[in-house]
Ligand binder design. Structure first.
Ligand SMILES: C[S@@+](CC[C@H](N)C(=O)[O-])C[C@H]1O[C@@H](n2cnc3c(N)ncnc32)[C@H](O)[C@@H]1O
Length: 345
């Protein structure tokens, strides 16, 4: 029987052929980067380049048939392999729509090269012209609105292809899962899932890790299907999902005023806008745009500009959401915690 839902323990090369062809609206993959990292003891993460690239090609070729005709494939990869992988994907008939640079800062001390500060996210669609792109779910108020240009689009703009809004998940962040060493920020996945799928769609991640993709999908009302070689990651990932959606107010179904999902969405839209509260409050069109976009992100909420004006100063003063910290002791303990390796995200 075809795999339809949930986190499954196993090798994606074995499991992908069991996914119903054409059933996946969005596949996101964040494979090991062949950097010699210690995820679990189940695989060798330092292979000769040719062998690693052949493996990437293999599971990509198994992922493409799972995609719906208007589906998309998003792949996170480092600079070393990005060029080859772009060609591997177009060889499979995929169409490149955006080459996204996820930029983050990281305190590495480099002596003879520039510090690594990005991951490439390649965004492909199965069809060249017919695909899901829910721009209203990810738009942000534009600079034109912030300086009061009458030509500004009332719904702001689609973000640039360099994403600097999502910091790496540090050990002290509230969302950090101490048992996994290489976790993506959940809000980065929110952007991808919002724009490239609709409520109820199936979202596939062949490399579940700490289950970030599935958590984001579940919180946004999508179905999820993920795989990982580590049984422990699958179990802990499933627990993470259940905790994330136990309270409906923590999901897209939230209805209460300024419950956790709405507050987070407001904080992130503020961060993505990159303006001060004062700049937004002084420009009625920008404030109206912010309000409209937040209501879209909150699944059709009905906040007014007065509601937003009332919370912006608090959002600004309580700090940016990525910096939400938890006590150090809690961050440092946790099953499966791995020592830091040479290159991390
Ligand atoms: C970079 S991590 C994914 C991190 C994830 N995006 C997150 O936010 O937590 C890669 C994961 O792929 C898993 N993995 C490696 N090879 C695999 C394979 N052949 N099939 C399934 N999972 C695999 C590893 O155990 C690891 O948890």
């Amino acid at each position: 029987m075809a795999l339809k839902y949930g986190i499954h323990h196993g090798d994606c090369v074995d499991l992908l052929p069991q996914v119903e062809p054409g059933s996946v609206r969005l596949a996101f993959a964040d494979p090991p980067f062949n950097l010699g990292r210690g995820y679990d003891d189940n695989f060798d993460d330092r292979r000769p380049d040719g062998e690693y690239l052949a493996w990437l090609r293999e599971w990509i070729s198994l992922t493409v048939p799972t995609l719906a005709d208007d589906g998309s494939f998003w792949l996170a990869i480092n600079e070393k392999y990005a060029a080859e992988i772009k060609i591997a994907c177009t060889d499979q008939g995929l169409h490149l729509r955006s080459w996204i640079i996820w930029h983050y800062t990281f305190g590495q001390n480099m002596r003879k090269q520039f510090a690594k500060s990005n991951t490439h996210i390649l965004y492909f669609t199965k069809h060249a012209r017919s695909f899901v792109f829910n721009d209203l779910q990810i738009r942000v108020p534009s600079s034109r609105q912030l300086y009061g240009d009458r030509r500004a689009h009332p719904d702001g703009k689609v973000p640039d292809s360099t994403w600097g809004e999502f910091p790496r998940v540090c050990g002290t962040y509230a969302e950090k899962q101490a048992w996994h060493d290489n976790q993506m920020p959940e809000q980065l996945l929110h952007r991808i899932i919002r724009v490239a799928s609709d409520a109820g769609d199936l979202v596939l991640d062949p490399f579940s890790g700490s289950a970030t993709t599935s958590v984001a999908a579940a919180r946004l009302g999508r179905r999820y299907l993920s795989f990982d070689l580590s049984d422990e990651y699958c179990t802990l990932g499933q627990q993470r999902i259940e905790e994330a959606i136990a309270d409906p107010e923590n999901t897209i179904l939230a209805t209460g005023k300024w419950g956790p999902f709405h507050s987070e969405a407001a904080k992130w839209l503020f961060r993505e806008t990159g303006a001060s509260a004062r700049e937004l409050l002084e420009k009625p069109n920008a404030l109206a745009c912010f309000t409209r976009l937040l209501n879209f992100r909150c699944g059709g909420a009905s906040y007014t500009t007065e509601d937003i004006a009332g919370i912006l100063p608090a959002i600004e003063s309580c700090g940016l959401p990525g910096n939400t910290t938890r006590p150090r002791a809690a961050a440092a303990t946790g099953r499966g915690r791995r020592p830091a390796t040479a290159e991390t995200r």
